[in-house]
Structures are given as C-alpha cells and as structure tokens.
Design a protein around this ligand. Structure first.
Ligand code: CAO
Length: 418
C-alpha cells in the first residue's frame, strides 16, 4: 500500500512545473491521469528531441508513473467526458496560462458544484496583482523571485541557476499543498483551491537574501566580497550564504569541474593550516580568529587552494571529512550519472521506455519507509485512453466508440474497440 493509493489525480499539467508536481504524487501511489490534446499532447514530448519520433527526455523525465488519455476538452463530447472525470477524481492539477480552464468552461465555482470534494490546484507565474495574467517560464520566475539579482559575481550581470527552482521548486510546493488539502478533507469533507505562484516559490528559496536586504540597514554585509556602498543585496559570487566563509577553490586536474567548495569554520582552521604547510598561522592573532580573517578571506582561500591544487577533489573530500570539515566537490552531471551511491538509493534510476529503450532519470527525492517510489516509464500519448474511459468512468464499449466517432479522443473513427 502506497501513501496516496486510491487518490485519483486529473492531471492537466504541461511543460515542467505542473508535471513535476503530479510525478511526485504518482510516485507516492496516486493514479495520475494525464489529459492531453489529441495528436499533440504535452508540448515537451516534441521539444529537445534527441531521437526522432520518440518522446523527448524532457517529457519522459517529468511524466513517469502516469497514465495518458487524449481528450479534446473543447469538443462537446470531450466536455461531457471531462465532467465525468471531474466527478470521479480527487484532485485537478493544472498549470495553463491564467484563465485557460475558465475559457474551457470550468472555473473553480463550476468544479466545486460538480464535485465539492475536488481539490483544484494550480501553478501560475505570479499571484494576484499587476502581473497575474502573464505567462511565465522558469527564468522569468528566477528573475522576478530575487534569485537572479543575487546570483553571479559582483562585477558581472545577474545570473540564472541551472537548478529549476521556479518550475520544479514550485511543483514541489504545489504537491505539498495538495497533500495538506487531502489531509484537511478527511475532517472537513470539502475540497479547496490550492495555488502556487512561481515568483513566490523562488522567493521562498531566496529567503536569506531578503534577510540580508534588511541587515543592510544596520551596516555592511561583511561576509560578502563587495559590501560597501550598496543599498541592495549584492551578488555574492561563491561566498557562503550562511555565517561561515566559503569559496570554490581549484583542485588537481584542471578540468572545468575540478573544484571543491571549502568552508572555514573556526574549529577547522588549525587543520587547514597544517595541511597547507602554514602552521605559523594557526595561533598568529592576525589570522587565528574569524574576525581577523574576515578582511582577508581572499588570501585565506588562496593559501588553501595552493594545497587543494595538489589533490583531486575527491581526495580533498576524504581528507577534510576525516576531520568533520564540510566541503563539496563540484560534481558534473557525468559524474552524478555514474555515482553508485545515487543509483543504490534510487535517486538516479534507469528506466525502460517502450520506444526509447533505457534512459536515466531522477527518482523520488524523499524516501518513505512504507511507501517505496518505484519509477516506471512515462506513458505514450493516449496510451491509456480506452482503459481510463472503461475502468475509471465505467463507460460501455459502445460509448467509447461513440466518443471516438465524435472526435473528442482524437482522429474520428481511427479507432474502435471490440
Ligand atoms: N483540449 C483542448 N484544448 C486544450 C487542451 C485539451 N486537452 N489542453 C490544453 N488546451 C488549450 C488550453 O485551453 C489553451 O487554450 P486557450 O489559449 O484557448 O485558453 C491552450 O491549449 C494552451 O494553453 P497555454 O496558454 O497554457 O499554453 P502556452 O504554450 O501558450 O503557454 C505557459 C505555456 C507555460 C507559458 C503557460 O501555460 C503558463 O504561463 N503557465 C503557468 C505558469 C507555468 O506553469 N509556467 C511553467 C512552465 S515550465 O517552464
């Protein structure tokens, strides 16, 4: 028995933010029914294609463990089927452009009328306000949520990060909101509206930078490389966001990812200086305290780098961790793909896809002891159309055939079941 077994999700999501949410719910055991436009489907099926006529990795890595039904919700029969799906499911999740579901004829008021227990969950770029009608993609959210203005080096432009904090981050927030709403429904008996804005999701993750904006009123941010004459949280380069100074230093190899992130905490200083062959700096009052080191962190990291350049990043990792000194080798995606520990825990999983063959994906990031997340293939477009109409809605074979003929499920009369 999985955590969300018995819960049916009507999944109107596309691209990344919504699909990442419903994929998490599927891994928790929910039956996720992905509704896609006949003949087209989720636009990502055909984006960044690496193998012709095969669903892209973009799609397969965000839609595992789901079932797919093709349904034209602007067709009259399609609308009737959608009404039956709304009545049969527990949660409707969507991340269309603002107002799209209303335009289809299904505003929240109508959904509530059709199924008062329905939880209606949405991702939008912005919450209510001047930008509520805007379409939004990942990097727009990173820029408007405060991440880009605080990422990068002080003498360079704002930078977006490779981590999809706007899309996958907001999908995670939405999943958490849905699970809470399902829990509340147990006692209230009612569904509710769950809304997650991508700007809010990014800002939630950039919280420490709003902290620093307020600290500026009381003096310079001394842990930032550039901290004078600024009235907005500056970009910190690789400086640590916490109270401990840190930096990415080079290691042996000279490759683009031959770096390790080191952190100088007071208890580690003496060991660093022993390793670096500079024991005289251990007790020197010019170097021995965090306050003495603060104005010359550049020099501190240069001394440490002279030593790290003699070792590989993984050797440095072993040496420092043997003394409980936290550090982070910069792992490339190639290294992560081949990391045995991540394979063993199911964080990196090999999946077999009917037309693609084997590929790697990222599995469930949270592990539940009583609800193991087994990653399965993503569905082909419309793979489960008939199965869903028969099993979930209890339609007769004649009704399914009539639906095909109406064009609601795709090419009319292209299909008929026995
Ligand atoms: N049957 C019939 N019509 C369907 C359908 C179906 N099964 N599924 C979708 N459609 C229609 C929608 O109703 C909509 O039609 P209208 O424009 O007439 O209302 C249309 O398809 C496309 O929807 P869209 O406007 O959401 O798609 P888009 O490609 O233009 O925009 C995006 C994409 C992501 C910018 C927009 O959906 C958005 O801003 N979403 C909210 C924020 C978000 O999640 N962004 C993250 C995206 S990942 O980086």
């Amino acid at each position: 028995m999985k955590a969300l077994e018995g819960i049916k999700i009507l999944d109107f999501t596309h691209v990344q933010s919504g699909p990442t949410c419903t994929q998490l719910l599927a891994w928790l055991g929910a039956d996720v029914i992905k509704v896609e436009r006949p003949g087209i489907g989720d636009i990502t099926r055909g984006q960044l294609v690496d193998i012709p006529d095969v669903d892209s990795l973009y799609f397969t890595m965000l839609n595992s463990n789901k079932r797919s039904i093709t349904l034209d919700t602007k067709n009259e029969t399609g609308k009737e089927i959608l009404i039956r799906l709304i009545k049969s499911c527990d949660v409707l999740v969507e991340n269309f452009a603002p107002g799209a579901l209303d335009r289809m004829g299904f505003p929240w008021e109508r959904i509530q009328e059709l199924n008062p227990r329905m939880i209606y969950a949405s991702v939008k770029g912005f919450g209510p306000g001047p930008y509520e009608d805007c379409k939004v993609y990942e990097n727009v959210a990173q820029c408007t949520g405060g991440a880009a203005s605080t990422t990068g080096f002080d003498d360079g432009p704002p930078l977006v990060t490779g981590a999809q904090i706007g899309d996958s981050g907001t999908g995670l927030n939405l999943a958490f909101g849905i699970v809470a709403a399902l829990f509340q429904r147990v006692t209230s008996g009612r569904g509710q509206r769950v809304q997650a804005a991508m700007q809010d999701g990014v800002l939630n993750l950039a919280r420490v930078k709003l902290r620093d904006q307020q600290r500026l009123a009381h003096g310079p941010l001394t842990e930032y490389p550039v901290n004078t004459d600024v009235d907005e949280t500056p970009r910190a380069g690789n400086a640590s966001g916490g109270g401990q100074p840190g930096w990415a230093v080079r290691t042996k190899g000279g490759g683009p990812n031959d770096y390790i992130y080191v952190i100088i905490q007071p208890p580690g200083w003496a060991y660093y200086m022993e390793l670096c062959g500079r024991p005289e700096l251990i007790d020197d009052p010019e170097w021995s305290t965090p306050a003495a080191r603060l104005p010359k962190l550049d020099e501190c990291f240069k001394i440490i780098e002279e030593w790290t350049l003699t070792k590989t990043k993984l050797e440095v990792m072993d040496i420092l961790n043997a003394r409980d000194i936290p550090c982070g080798p910069i792992l490339s995606m190639k290294e992560i793909a081949n990391e045995p520990a991540l394979r063993n825990t199911g964080t990196v999983v090999e999946v077999d896809h009917p037309t693609r063959g084997k590929y790697l994906t990222v599995g469930m990031p949270v592990k539940l002891s009583d609800s193991e997340a087994k990653v399965q293939s993503s569905p082909l477009l419309g793979e489960h159309t008939e199965e869903i109409l028969l099993d979930v809605l209890g339609l007769s074979k004649e009704e399914v055939n009539a639906a095909w003929k109406s064009g609601a499920l795709g090419e009319p009369a292209a299909k008929a079941i026995d």
